[in-house]
Design a protein around this ligand. Structure first.
Ligand code: AMP
Ligand code: MG
Length: 315
């Protein structure tokens, strides 16, 4: 494909999906809408296509990728599911939950996907376009967020093009993402112990309710999910949190009664705030003010995941 013509913009109907599947089978990179953020998809079984993801994102090779599958049966070909994992799949798939599970010997997954870990991160997404792309490609797809590593995640097709440009072969435009925050990542240890590695749309309380046990405290010093990296989602300007008022040189991101220059949710609705978070961070990054101030966001429910992303954006 000639460089100047990239990325090809595809619509989210049958023709766009077929074109995307053909590119993916051929080892190409396609940005695809999901219910969380846009994913940068490639076939997960080939070293070269997976290497292309790391290159396009400028992603450090120690940061493993989430593999997206059509259903539980396809997932079980790749990783070992114990009773807990089966319960979570039953409760939350398809949806915004990623499970980190023991990788099966001989699973058709390129080594770079897991960055050498003996575990695999798996998700069965709910978005109809991503589901159709996986079905038509007929392969597990590795798909991190479709942005340069460390930057703000994309929640619409324009964000993808602005961040990755010609580094991606094609982008399916499926409009804005509904949840707007990356999936919850839960690690299942195989002995009944479990831990949330990254908070997200499926809250820890809901996982606890399904499993009937509390999560284990985070003790490991090793970075298991680089979504855990202290600085991530960075808009490229200093970010100040908990700001009830803004200085003259700050773009103020509001919430609830604090209107700001742009609001996450005028009505103080956390789900709306999650869906709008990255779009508003992109807007703040592009604004004239050299700094960003963010109104306080309440903890609890998806507020926990919003504050997790904001702390990393500010770090
Ligand atoms: P992103 O692709 O930007 O949504 O980030 C994917 C997240 O999944 C990163 O935080 C990865 O570290 C995490 N992840 C992927 N595979 C694994 C794994 N095998 N163990 C732990 N975390 C993983
Ligand atoms: Mg990401």
């Amino acid at each position: 494909m000639d460089h100047a013509s990239k990325p090809v913009m595809l619509d989210d109907g049958p023709d766009g999906i077929s074109a995307a599947a053909a590119l993916l089978r051929g080892g190409g990179l396609v940005a695809v809408p999901t219910e969380t953020v846009y994913g940068l998809a490639a076939r997960a079984d080939r070293d070269e296509s997976v290497a292309a993801i790391y290159r396009a994102k400028g992603r450090p090779s120690f940061n493993p990728l989430i593999v997206h599958v059509a259903d539980l049966a396809s997932a079980q070909v790749l990783a070992h599911f114990d009773a807990e994992a089966l319960k979570l799949a039953e409760a939350f798939w398809p949806g915004a939950l990623t499970m980190v599970l023991p990788l099966r010997d001989g699973a058709p997954i390129a080594a770079a996907v897991t960055a050498g870990l003996p575990t695999l991160a798996l998700r069965c997404p709910a978005h109809s376009v991503m589901r159709a792309v996986i079905a038509e490609t007929g392969l597990p797809l590795a798909a991190p967020s479709a942005n340069r590593s460390g930057g703000v995640s994309p929640t619409d097709a324009a964000h993808v093009v602005a961040s990755l440009g010609a580094n991606v072969d094609a982008v399916i435009d499926g409009g804005p993402c509904e949840a707007g925050l990356e999936s919850t990542i839960v690690a299942l240890r195989g002995d009944g112990r479990w831990q949330v590695l990254r908070p997200g749309p499926i809250t820890e309380a809901r996982i606890t309710a399904v499993l009937g046990t509390a999560s284990e405290p985070v003790t490991s010093q090793a970075i298991e999910a680089p979504g855990q990296l202290a600085s991530h989602y960075a808009p490229g300007k200093p970010v100040r949190l908990g700001a009830t008022a803004a200085e003259a040189d700050e773009f103020h991101i509001g919430f609830g009664a604090l209107a700001g220059d742009a609001t996450l949710s005028a009505s103080g609705d956390l789900a709306e705030a999650a869906a709008r978070l990255y779009a508003v961070l992109h807007q703040a990054a592009a604004a004239a003010q050299p700094r960003i101030a963010v109104a306080p966001i309440p903890e609890g429910d998806i507020g926990t995941a919003i504050n997790d992303r904001l702390r990393r954006a500010a770090a």
